[in-house]
Structures are given as C-alpha cells and as structure tokens.
Unconditional design. Sequence first.
Length: 377
Amino acid sequence: MLQRIELFPKRYGFYPYIWLIYLAMPIYYLWDTHGYEWYIGVTTFIVFLLTYRQLYMTSGTSLFSYWLSLQMFCILVLSLVIDPNMFFLGFFTANFIGWYTEKHQFRVFLMIFAVVQTIPIAMNIQYLSASQLMFLTPFYLIMLASPFGIWSMLKRQKLEAQLDEAHQHIKELIKREERMRIARDLHDTMGHTFSLITLKSELVAKLIVKNPERAIQEAREIERTSRAALREVRQLVSDMRAISIVEAIADAKEMLKSADIEMQMVGEQESLHDVPDLTQNMASLCLIEAVTNIVKHSNATRSVIKLERTHDGISIGVKDNGSGISPDKYQGNGLKGMAERLNLIDGSLRISSDSGGTDLVFSFPLIATEHQGGIRV
C-alpha cells in the first residue's frame, strides 16, 4: 500500500494552512513580472513554499537551521528582484525564529534576520516616500520584536509542561511514600498486637490445667485484642491511625505485663499536652516499636520508660536490662522505621547497647513546622 503524503505534521492542526492566506500578496507581485525576473521570482517563491513546509517537518532537528537560512535567502532575493514589499514575508520567518529554545541560536538568527530585512529597505530608501517609510517602519519593528514574544510563549509552555511532569512525579512519590507508610504502620502497629496475642496464647496454654478460670479470662482478653487489631487494620487502610503518647504508654505497660517484664515510669505524662497530634502519633509508634523489641528480642526482666521535657522539645527513653542488640539488627525494619518516622518530625534517635541491656532515646522538637501539625514560629 502507498504511504499517504503528509503536508504538515498532524500535531499542528490547521495552523500552518491558515498562514498560507498571506501568500496572496507575493503572488500578486509575481503576476506583473516578465522575463528573467518572472523565472527567478517563481523559482524562489516555490523554494520559499518548500522551506515553509520543511520548517514544520524538521522542528527540533539540526536541519531546522538549514531550512530557516534558505527561507531568509528567498525573502532577500524576492525583495531585491521582484518588489521591496516582499520583505513582508519576513513575518513567516519571525515566527520560526521564536521556536529556538537555545538562547545563543535565537540571538544569532535574529541578528541575521534583522540584516536580511534591512537590506531591501536600505537599497530602495531613495525611491521610498516619507509616507511609505512611515508605513513600513512599524511592520519592520513588529517583525523584529515578534520572535521575542513567540520565544517567551513557547518557553512558558515548556515550563508548564515540565511543571505538569513534576506534579505527576510528585504524585508518584506520594503513592510510593503512602505504600511505605502502610508497610511501616502494619509493622509498627500490628507487630506489637500480634506479639501480645502470642504471649497471651502461651499463657492460656499454661493456665488451662492450673487455673481454668484465669485461662478463660485471658482467652477473652485475646478475643478483645484481636477485635481491636481488626479495627486498627480497617482504620489503617482508610487513614493513618492517630495515637497519643499516653495511649502508647498504656499499651506498652500491658505488653510488658503480659511478658512478665517489670516496668518503671519516670516523668510526668501531663507534660505532653501541647505536643502536636501528628508528632504524638509518630513518637507513639516509635515507643510501641521499642517496647515490642524488648518483648520479642531482649530477654529482659525490667524496663524503664522515661519522659523528659528539654529546653527545645521532648525526649523519650526506653531502657531494659536484656541481652542487648546485635550489630546486624541495627539496620532491621523496626529501627529503620523508627528513624524514618522521627526524621519526618525533625527528631533524632540514639541507641546504646551492650550485654547489660539497651538504652534507646528518641527526641523531637516541641514546636513543629506547619506540615507536622504544629505552630509555625
């Protein structure tokens, strides 16, 4: 099958065809020429038409400058051989010069264009009356100025396209961050719940024979915990689960009690009343993660949770007398997730661990920025 010939790229629509109306003027001047001037004029005009098409077809390629130079040469020939008014064809060239995105090329071709448009007027200035000069001058100045307007418009369109692309990229990053947030919340929020269920299940197995009534009570507690976990999952899917530090301390106390780990509380919980909600939620999840690690990995018998209000924020310490953290665990998902959460609220994490236990301290500023939910100062 024969391939269909495309006069102009489809992406430009009818725009290139509309400007062909202005070719009626050079056709009028060519109509009255004779002899060698007619042959030169018609040939040059046909080449001009070819350059007009090729400039649309080669936009953005190295051939664009070649066709633009040839078009300016055609305008110069037509203006000198046929009629000085042919310099009005320069409006076509002025449009194409504005397509250059590289500033150096734009300036070079604009200067060449200015010279090409000036030559016909300069060579025929003695034959032009004052009224003709007054008529030509505004159009001459408009032709030299219009590339700047087109260049500025196309540059703005390009910046808007880049901005739209950046917005799309940001949306993708937000989606990715949301997936990471859900993964962290599943680990931090549900990890301690399942640990609690596991501990209570082991306790029930031990109490079934020794203390059946206590075993039934613990089994009911497991049921309540599992239902609460189900509610947490539903809330997690719809939005970030908000939890205060006071609530997290209560959960931590219950977890440690179920694991037969003694807990000592140091500091006043009332000092947390002015901590922004989002900051409280991040800190609470870090606290729950720290206590979960004690229950699951430390083999500790005692723990201390210390709240301290410093001059620039809040400090929360979680200490145990367990076996410590091995070096390969420092990059685990739990500690990594804590560091990421604290980074969101401009907080910091400090860990010291040896065979005598682990001392984990995380702190965060009291006055948060607006995106953290606090008061901007």
